[in-house]
Design a protein around this ligand. Structure first.
Ligand code: ADP
Ligand code: ADP
Length: 227
């Protein structure tokens, strides 16, 4: 497909830490890309920069026709709610909300009425094998079920790009593989572009392509064959 997410010359400092050092990335529509590298190498900073969650010190990010680095904070928030999806580590669900309300939340934040958002939420919960779990609280779900609820929440607004940061981080390996199979099945069938940050080679094996980061720079895979 055509280029969908383009980053050019990204620089980001966190205090004294130079977290991104001139990063260029191109991700095509429908691709599943794994961003890999050691802890502290800048993976999360890159993901957050691509998704408009943080503003890089220099460089540009474009998603589709939108240069997100040129948007105001309000415009960027609205763009994220309308066009992007997010899945993070285990523990991201709001503990006081049921599964259905956790999934409906991004739509409601974007202005959709609750009744209508719940219809969408139920459809995604069913698609992810969670029919009957709609009214459960996160504490009443297993780890794998919780991550499926998180996937449903990330997908509920039919995002152009789904960003996932260590989405199987605290799951056992069998559950992690099942969640990855579900995630990649859904994004392939919906032609959603997926950018997934992981340090886990088994998670990355579900991707079409791997981008390696070390000390804030993209490195060539040939230098990163040892895990
Ligand atoms: P990774 O996701 O690969 O573990 P991060 O992008 O989280 O790496 O972090 C890159 C570097 O920037 C690390 O040295 C980290 O400690 C530092 N860092 C990240 N976020 C912040 C922050 N908000 N304040 C200060 N340092 C940060
Ligand atoms: P991740 O698992 O995504 O790498 P971390 O646990 O490293 O996340 O960081 C969680 C939050 O803390 C992020 O918002 C990150 O920007 C921030 N952070 C990371 N490293 C530092 C740091 N050294 N000092 C301050 N904040 C940090």
């Amino acid at each position: 497909g055509p280029a969908l997410v383009t980053a050019r010359g990204l620089e980001k400092h966190h205090g004294q830490t130079h977290a991104l050092r001139g990063v260029d990335v191109t991700i095509r529509q429908g691709e599943i890309v794994a961003v890999m590298g050691p802890s502290g190498s800048g993976k999360s900073t890159l993901l957050h920069s691509l998704a408009g969650v943080i503003t890089p010190d220099a460089g540009e990010v474009t998603i589709g026709d939108t240069r997100i680095s040129s948007l105001s904070d309000d415009q960027r928030s609205q763009f994220r709610l309308d066009r992007l999806g997010f899945v993070f580590q285990f523990g991201q669900l709001l503990p006081e909300l049921t599964a259905e309300d956790n999934v409906a939340l991004p739509l409601m934040l974007g202005g959709t009425k609750r009744a209508r958002a719940l219809v969408q939420a139920h459809s995604w919960l069913e698609r992810l094998g969670l029919a009957g779990m709609e009214r459960r609280l996160p504490s009443e779900l297993s780890g794998g079920q919780s991550q499926r609820v998180a996937l449903a929440r990330g997908l509920v607004n039919a995002p152009t790009v789904l960003f996932a940061d260590e989405p199987t981080g605290s799951l056992d390996s069998l559950t992690a593989e099942r969640v990855m199979e579900t995630l990649t099945d859904v994004v392939r069938s919906t032609r959603t572009t997926l950018v997934i940050v992981t340090h886990d080679a088994r998670v990355a094996s579900y991707s079409d392509r791997e981008i390696f980061i070390r000390d804030g720079s993209v490195t060539r895979p040939a230098f990163e064959t040892t895990v």
